[in-house]
Structures are given as C-alpha cells and as structure tokens.
Design a protein around this ligand. Structure first.
Ligand SMILES: NC(=O)c1ccc[n+]([C@@H]2O[C@H](COP(=O)([O-])OP(=O)(O)OC[C@H]3O[C@@H](n4cnc5c(N)ncnc54)[C@H](OP(=O)(O)O)[C@@H]3O)[C@@H](O)[C@H]2O)c1
Length: 273
C-alpha cells in the first residue's frame, strides 16, 4: 500500500500526511528547523504551547519557503468567543512572523455550545479575511460537529483527536470519514509508552523501531499523525515511514489493541457537554 505524502482537504488545500508536534517543547525552533530540513512539511502548534514564535523562527532558519510549509495553531478555551478569537488569530500571526496560518483549530469543545459556535464563526471570518487558509476543530465528537452543520456553517477541514492503537476513536473516525473531514492523530506515540509486546514484536519483524510502526499504522489507516520529538535523531527516524509497509494481518493485530476511551493517555475531552 503506497501512502501519499500529501492529501487534498475538502476545501481544496493540500496538507502533508505527517507533521511534527511541538507540545511541551518551549524552545521548539531547533526541532522545527531539523524536521523541515529532513523532509517534514507540517508543524502542529497551539496558543497553549506558547511557542508560536519558535515555530516561525525554525521555519525561517530551515531555508524552506513559507509556501511549502503547512503551519497549524489552535485557540485554547480561555480565549473562546467571537471577539477574543479574532484577536487571538491576529496575535498568533504576529508571533509566527508570517502573514497567515495554513490551519487554525478550536483546541477543544470545552465551555459549551454558544461559545463553540461563536469561536467557529470568528474562524470563518478570519479565513474570509485571508488570515488562515483552512479551519478545523480538535477533540470534537460527532455531536459537536452536528452543531456546526445545524448553524449553517461550513464543515471543518480537519478534526484532530488523540488516536493510536489503544485509543482508536472509532465513532469519531466513522463520522468524519463519511463527511470528508480529515483526521489528524495526536499523541500517535502514546507519549512514549510503546513497550506493548505486539508493537515490539512488529518492530522486530519489520526491522523498524516502535515509533515507526505506530506512525506507519496511522498513515495506513488514512490518519495524519503528529509525532512530537525534541530530539534530532528521533525527529529524523520518525519521518522515515514511507519506505515500508505493514501487512494487512499485522494492521489487524494492531487494531485489536483498541481500548476505546480507556486507552487514552491525554485529556481527550471528546465527551464535553
Ligand atoms: N489537540 C490536542 O488536544 C493535542 C493534545 C496532545 C497533543 N497534541 C499534538 O500532538 C503532538 C504529539 O502528541 P504528544 O506530544 O502528546 O505525544 P507523542 O507524540 O505520542 O509522544 C511524544 C513523546 O514520545 C517521545 N518520542 C518521540 N519519538 C520517539 C521515538 N522515536 N522513540 C521513543 N520515544 C519517542 C518524545 O520524547 P523526545 O521529545 O525526547 O523524543 C515524547 O516524550 C503534540 O506535540 C501536539 O502537537 C494535540
């Protein structure tokens, strides 16, 4: 199975199929530079991570053209609401030091329906104003996206959720797949907890490391994995996932590890009211 390095989003923009996560990487410029110089073309940041400026710096230092890099940020719930969202997007752009974001997400469904919709409306306007090219959501379940549809707003391009073999978010994946909403898989390395015998066994079999097995599983499922590393060697090895294939029977074996929400290792607020 050949996995593409880019996919088309529902609104027509192209997004790379692998991104570098920069959560808990305060000084992320170096990691971004290393990633971009070693084939990555997407960086996943957020206002909550307080490192948007580092992403911009790393992108500039990499020597790769801005137009060839796909940069994401996310608005965090204390800033939700119409006016504060527009202010936040402008501030993110100032931090980044480039004139636009490729993708801007609502970080979570927290704080209720009215606030979610006001925030989303502001993102649509930021998009119309050219401040962001695509908009999306994170940690949304189908019921949160239904609200967007009922309000008559455009569908999000992306829903970013915790997703790895132990937490496969099957109802959300099914919902989004039907509506052509691309799923980004956050925490694809289970935050480093990769010692399960099935994963270790496949790593040995394919002569890859456990992280490469998990990233490749995600790619073959059609997700967009966002592994985080602040280590040069691991950033590079995590990107070497397009040159091998996990057989169907082994993909099925990894699929059996799903423990639903019990398998989540982060906040996973998909059930928020
Ligand atoms: N939308 C959301 O609510 C949300 C929530 C969480 C995460 N995210 C996004 O998803 C990204 C990834 O998730 P995450 O940071 O939670 O966890 P992750 O990518 O699953 O795991 C990161 C951890 O794995 C280690 N690691 C990386 N490569 C490795 C390798 N090859 N071998 C062994 N260990 C390795 C890292 O350490 P080193 O750095 O030392 O390599 C780090 O401790 C985040 O950075 C963020 O961009 C989004």
């Amino acid at each position: 199975m050949k996995v593409p390095t880019e996919i088309a989003l529902r609104t027509g923009y192209t997004m790379p199929t692998l991104g570098l996560g920069v959560f808990e990487n305060d000084e992320c410029a170096e990691a971004c530079k290393v990633a971009l110089q070693n084939g990555y073309r997407m960086i996943d940041s957020a206002r909550y991570y307080h490192n948007e400026a580092g992403v911009g710096l790393g992108a500039r230092q990499s020597g790769i053209n801005r137009e060839d890099i796909f940069i994401t940020s996310k608005i965090y719930h204390p800033e939700f609401g119409y006016d504060s969202t527009l202010r936040a997007v402008k501030d993110s752009i100032k931090n980044l030091g480039f004139g636009y974001y490729d993708l801007y997400l609502i970080h979570s469904p927290l704080t209720g329906k009215a606030n979610r919709l006001a925030t989303y409306k502001a993102l649509q306007e930021a998009k119309a104003a050219g401040l962001v090219r695509c908009i999306g959501v994170s940690n949304y379940s189908g019921k949160h996206i239904d609200e967007i549809i009922e309000a008559g707003y455009e569908l999000p391009d992306v829903n970013q959720v915790e997703l790895h073999p132990f937490c496969q978010q099957r109802p959300i994946v099914e919902y989004c797949t039907k509506r052509n909403i691309v799923i980004q898989a956050y925490t694809p390395l289970v935050r480093g907890a990769m010692d399960h015998a099935v994963i270790q066994g496949l790593a040995k079999k394919y002569e890859k490391d456990a992280a490469q097995i998990l990233i490749r599983w995600s790619l073959q499922k059609g997700f967009i994995p966002l592994p985080k590393s602040a280590n040069e060697q691991r950033i590079i090895s995590n990107g070497k996932v397009y040159d091998f294939e996990i057989a169907e029977t082994d993909m099925a074996l990894l699929d059996t590890l799903d423990r639903g929400a019990d398998g989540a290792v982060t906040w996973n607020p998909v059930g928020a009211e």
